[in-house]
Write a protein that binds this ligand. Structure first.
Ligand code: HEC
Ligand SMILES: [Cu+2]
Length: 383
């Protein structure tokens, strides 16, 4: 529509189409200024002029003060959060701030839930190991499982650990290739949980509501403690934990029964510690002339499916060990009555079999287990 006076369509009239024919009656000149002349002329009395000057100077002051207030607020808040310079006050946010400690607790508690949901099925509810290696050992936590290492493992998956491209451990970080299910915040929380100190107690919380979980039996709030013992120190002169966890099992260093080399090729003594293993295992040949009876032990699903086996007493025998778990390393370690190691078999990944030559055992029952997965157990009866 047009704003020319007199051109308003009267509702019912059909709208005019261009070119519109201007009715001659409306050609009269239009007075554009309708206010009276006196209003249109700008004339300031001296008083009014002075007032305008005063007012604009007031307005400048108001603006200036507002800016000063904002600057002061920013500066004061800055020091309130970060602390005064030169250590004049404790920062509210900072290395030793209470706020940070509270956030750390929250991260650990969320990390616990993430761990139980995603990791416990392979690494055990308390990190004691299972399909995946043990995580809660102080030896490992001391330096091996540091923050950078953990970050890399979650980013690259299990292949980062020992270079095994078929590792069962998937990529966890959503920045990995291929992307995993956890975002950077969840990765941080997992690391906070794995590195949490064992002298601190945390509360198990509901994943969504963050309410403390109540144990239905005792009626008490469920809690957990971290894994890292802050007072742990490796034994003086001990070798650091190997970069690849499975190397920790690679050399059964000088244990009494460590004659489990199936080949008997003489290599067991080649490791430069002849004194360690004593006479019986000095060479594989004499200790296993014929292998004797064969005892079958099978590992499947990270468990011994033959938990009760019998062997002849007081004579050499052979353990035919069948590891049916693809790319999961197992072995057989036989304990003696005093808890010492009576025999330690070589660790190897499945699917594969090994024949372990075991020296004579006195009649009795011997617990056996997998060194990698101490929760895999069985009993060997010699008699
Ligand atoms: C499907 C089983 C599986 C799941 C689930 C799993 N892992 Fe693993 N993890 C493994 C295996 C197997 C390895 C050993 C890597 C290799 O050498 O193949 C491993 C290795 C690791 C290592 C390195 C251990 C070392 O000694 O260097 C860390 C740390 C780890 N996992 C943490 C986690 C966390 C945290 C989660 C949960 C987010 C998780 N894993 C979930 C199987 C699993
Ligand atoms: Cu095992």
């Amino acid at each position: 529509m047009t704003d020319t006076p007199g051109h308003e369509p009267e509702g019912h009239e059909p709208e005019q189409r261009l070119p519109a024919v201007r009715p001659p009656a409306e050609a009269a000149p239009v007075e554009r200024f309708t206010a009276s002349r006196s209003v249109r002329t700008v004339e300031l009395t001296p008083e009014r002029a002075a007032q305008v000057v005063r007012q604009s100077s007031n307005a400048r002051w108001v603006g200036f003060l507002a800016v000063v207030a904002v600057i002061l607020f920013v500066a004061i808040y800055w020091f309130y959060e970060l602390g005064l310079p030169f250590g004049w006050s404790q920062p509210r946010i900072g290395e030793n701030g209470a706020e940070v400690a509270a956030q750390q607790v929250t991260a650990v508690e969320r990390g616990y839930n993430l761990y139980e949901a995603n990791c416990a099925r392979c690494h055990g509810v308390d990190g004691e190991g299972g399909i995946g290696p043990v995580l809660n050992s102080q030896e490992k936590l001391f330096a091996h499982l540091n923050e950078d290492y953990l970050r890399n493992v979650f980013e690259a998956g299990g292949r980062y650990v020992c270079g095994n491209p078929d590792s069962l451990m998937p990529v966890w970080a959503d920045t990995g290739h291929p992307p995993g299910p956890l975002n950077y915040r969840q990765i941080d929380e997992l690391i906070a949980f794995i590195r949490a100190p064992s002298d601190q107690t945390f509360i198990v919380r509901d994943e969504e509501l963050l309410d403390p979980k109540i144990d239905p039996v005792t009626g008490e709030v469920e809690t957990f403690t971290g894994w890292v013992d802050p007072n742990y120190e490796p034994a003086p002169g001990s070798t650091p934990f190997p970069a690849c966890w499975s190397d920790a099992f690679a050399t059964p260093s000088g244990s009494p029964g460590a004659s489990g080399e199936p080949t008997g090729s003489g290599e067991p003594t080649g490791s430069g510690e002849p004194a360690g293993s004593g006479a019986p295992s000095g060479s594989a040949a004499p200790s296993a002339p014929a292998g004797g009876d064969v005892v079958d032990i099978v590992a499947s699903g990270v468990a011994f499916t033959t938990p009760n086996v019998t062997a002849p007493a007081d004579t050499n025998f052979t353990i035919h060990f069948d590891n049916q778990d693809a790319s999961i390393p197992h072995n057989v370690e036989i304990k003696d009555a005093s808890g010492g190691v009576a025999f330690l078999g070589e660790v190897f990944p499945g699917v594969a079999t090994r024949d372990y030559q075991v020296g004579p055992l006195a009649a009795g029952t011997y617990p056996f287990l997998c060194t990698v997965h101490p929760n895999m157990t069985g009993t060997l009866t010699a008699g």
